[in-house]
Each structure stands twice: as C-alpha cells, then as structure tokens.
Design a protein around this ligand. Structure first.
Ligand SMILES: [Zn+2]
Length: 419
C-alpha cells in the first residue's frame, strides 16, 4: 500500500520551550475537588523517538485544526495507508488514530498540513493485556497530544469492568485533574449502560468532565433496547458525551446529541468485545484468517460482508433500491465493488455514512434530528422486509430495530434539561 504520512516514524522537533516545564516523573495526585484549571499540568514526553528526516515537512507552521463538534470521525490504526486516511478529508469528518503510535501519526499528518480534526485512542483498555481503570494515566500520552495541538485530549484509560466503581471514579478523577481540555475515555462493561447507569450518570455529573464512551459488547452495544435507553438517558443528562469505536450506531448517537462519534474503518475497530477470560471461554489459539471485507448495505442501514451484500442484490427482483448514489458508486449497484479495489468499498461505506451524518446535521438539533434518524431506521426495516433478506439468512438490522421508535422515548419533555 502507499507510503503513509500517518505512520509513526517521525517525531516533533526538540522544543526549547519545554525546559521550564515541571518534571514529568512526579506522579500526579488526583483530587477532583480542586479546580481543573489549576491542576493542569504539561509534561515532557518521555518516550519521544528520534526524528525521522525522511518525512518532509510540507508546512513550516501547522495550520489550526477544525473543531470536532458534530463530526463523524473515521477510526483507523496508527499505521493506516494514506489513501484510507484521505476518506476523512471532508467537512464534518476527521480521524481517530488508534494505539501506541497514534500521537506520532497525528504529528506526521499535521506536518503534512492536515486540518481536519484528529484524536488519539490509546486503547490500553482492550485485549488480553489491557490495564484496569484504576491504572494511572501516562503523563506523556496527554502531553504528547497537547504538543501535537490536538483538542480534545483523550485519556489513555484502562478498562472499567462490571460494577467497578473504583475504576470509574479513578478515570473520571484523573481526567478532571488533568485539565479542561481533557475528555475521559470510558471503556465500559455493558452493564454500565443498563442496570448501573444511574451511578454512571451521577458520577459523570459529579466530576463534570466530557466523556467518550467505548462500549463493550459481543455484537453491537447500541443495537439493543437497553443500550439505546441507556445512551439516550446519558446524552440527556451529561453535557458532553462522545462515542468511540462504533459502527452504524455512530449516526444514532449524533442524531441524539453526541458531541462526536468515531466509526471504525474495519470490523475490529467497530467492536470492543469481552476478552475470552471474561465470559468463561478458554482462550484458544486459532488460525488467523483475514476478516471479510465489509461494506455498508445502505438500504438496510447495516454493515455486511461484501459477498453477502452482492448476493442479496443478485437475489432481489427489483435491484433499484440497491443503486447507490454515493460519490464512488455514482448510481451503480453493489456488484461492481466485488471486482474493485478494497479502497472503493471503504470509500462507498464512508461516503454513505458521512452523507447521512450531513443529512442529520441539516436538521435542527433535538426532536427534528432525532425523528429524521428514527424515520431512516423504519425505512431500513421496510427495505429489509421488501427485499426478503430474512430468507437469505440476514438477521434483522439490529441498530435500525433498536432505534426505530427511539424518538418516542427521546422526545418526552421530562427528559429535557430544565435549563
Ligand atoms: Zn456507494
């Protein structure tokens, strides 16, 4: 694939300004009761790598980044081919780089003049070597984002397990202490949005920090009635809620007032599954197989493997509903994507999603925007029935099903802020 300016091989030049900054080795004591602004601390990056002169700087002075509010971002790996990153180069979008190399990737993008929003998800909360939510943030992670001119700064939170109030409060208090530009990443066991959401909402309100949710689930955490109810209640109650690592539900969250959302460029970045030890199953080594190429099946508002989508189109009596008006398909039906490079499938997917997000943004925030989304879900369910997809082995689209009548709950006056 192409050479990626987003690859973490470069670093920032040495800054003489930092000489006067406090030592990063001092461990922070977290007292959220102290005003955040007085506790803001900038720290030197300890894990800085040598600057790589092979990456030319096309912009002597990096331009100011666009604001992230209202954006549907594309969540990518730290080492993502450059042509994939380009899919986010449009108004209303931007990038979330994932993993340890995210900051270097962002710095490289800034040097190349990238002006769309960029964020960094350390993802220390995922996988078999994840850290718990009680773990201290790494100061260089926060400082590195500030040095790169990124806003908001995302915390490198550990995992917040079932009922683990100590982990939740550890993340929130550290975030509150870290500065007003910090958003607390909350990687949550699914129970937090269900039975335990009163505690979750109360604690977020008490610490007063913006949050970005990462919702653990085997399938789709926002494709269940409990998940929908929990997210809507949280969006109503907290001033700033975003969602990381999501799929179609990223549109739902935007429609109902999320600050921003990030949709994974591939299945593994749209999902935060429990680790094998959590659900009692043995961790077994399995032969690695490439994940099937997934695309958005626009008529039914869901992701599906490209093969499945092409088969569904071939089986439909009237294929006109499959004709896609996105800028890449330009009226073509999905079989053309099967023979096209993978980038075309991704371009289709994100053009569909970003156009949809734009459609939502064009409606007034509140009931009008929520109704627009719910009406789209109902139309997706109609298409599902009319296309006979159940007979082809398709499950009913989970997100569309769960959100089809969500505005009834979402628009009730008592849930509105009293102002
Ligand atoms: Zn398309």
């Amino acid at each position: 694939m192409g050479s990626a300016p987003g690859r973490p091989q470069g670093d920032k030049p040495q800054s003489t300004e930092r000489a006067s900054q406090p030592r990063s080795s001092r461990r922070r004591t977290q007292r959220a009761s102290q005003p955040r602004s007085t506790r803001r601390r900038t720290t030197q990056r300890r894990n800085a790598k040598p600057r790589d002169a092979r990456l030319p700087s096309s912009t002597p002075q990096a331009p100011a980044a666009e604001p992230v509010t209202g954006c549907l971002l594309i969540q990518v790996a730290a080492r993502e081919p450059f042509e994939v990153l380009g899919l986010a180069d449009r108004a209303g979008s931007g990038l979330v780089f994932t993993g340890a190399g995210a900051i270097e990737a962002m710095e490289a993008m800034r040097r190349h003049g990238w002006r769309r929003p960029m964020l960094a998800d350390r993802r220390r909360y995922a996988g078999t070597t994840r850290v718990p939510g009680t773990a201290s943030f790494v100061p260089s992670w926060l400082a590195g984002q500030r040095d790169a001119g990124i806003s908001p700064v995302l915390t490198d939170s550990g995992y917040i397990g079932e009922g683990d109030v100590a982990a939740l409060r550890s993340v929130l208090s550290q975030a509150a202490a870290a500065g007003a530009d910090v958003t607390a990443v909350l990687p949550l066991h699914e129970r937090w949005l269900h039975e335990d959401r009163a505690t979750l909402i109360a604690d977020i309100a008490a610490y007063g920090v913006p949050v970005a949710l990462v919702l653990e689930h085997r399938d789709d955490p926002l494709g269940t009635p409990e998940g929908v109810a929990g997210l809507i209640e949280l969006l109503r109650a907290a001033p700033s809620v975003a969602v990381l690592g999501t799929g179609i539900a990223g549109l739902a969250a935007l429609a109902f007032g999320a600050q921003w959302t990030a949709v994974g460029v591939r299945g593994s970045l749209r999902l935060f599954p429990p680790t094998p030890s959590d659900d009692g199953t043995e961790h077994r080594k399995r032969r690695w197989r490439p994940a099937p190429r997934e695309v958005v099946a626009a008529p039914v508002l869901s992701f599906g493997s490209l093969d499945t989508v092409v088969r569904a189109y071939a089986a439909s009596e009237d294929g006109t509903v499959w004709a896609c008006r996105c800028s890449r398909c330009r009226g073509r039906t999905p079989e053309w994507l099967a023979a096209a490079p993978a980038l075309d499938a991704d371009a289709h997917t994100f053009d569909v999603l970003l156009s949809y997000a734009e459609r939502l943004r064009n409606r007034e925030p509140g009931p009008a925007r929520e109704q627009e989304w719910c009406a789209g879900c109902r139309q997706a369910l109609r298409h599902y029935r009319e296309l006979g997809l159940a007979g082809l082995g398709w499950e009913q689209p989970g997100v569309a099903t769960a959100w089809a009548s969500a505005e009834a709950a979402g628009c009730q006056p008592p849930l509105r802020s009293a102002g």
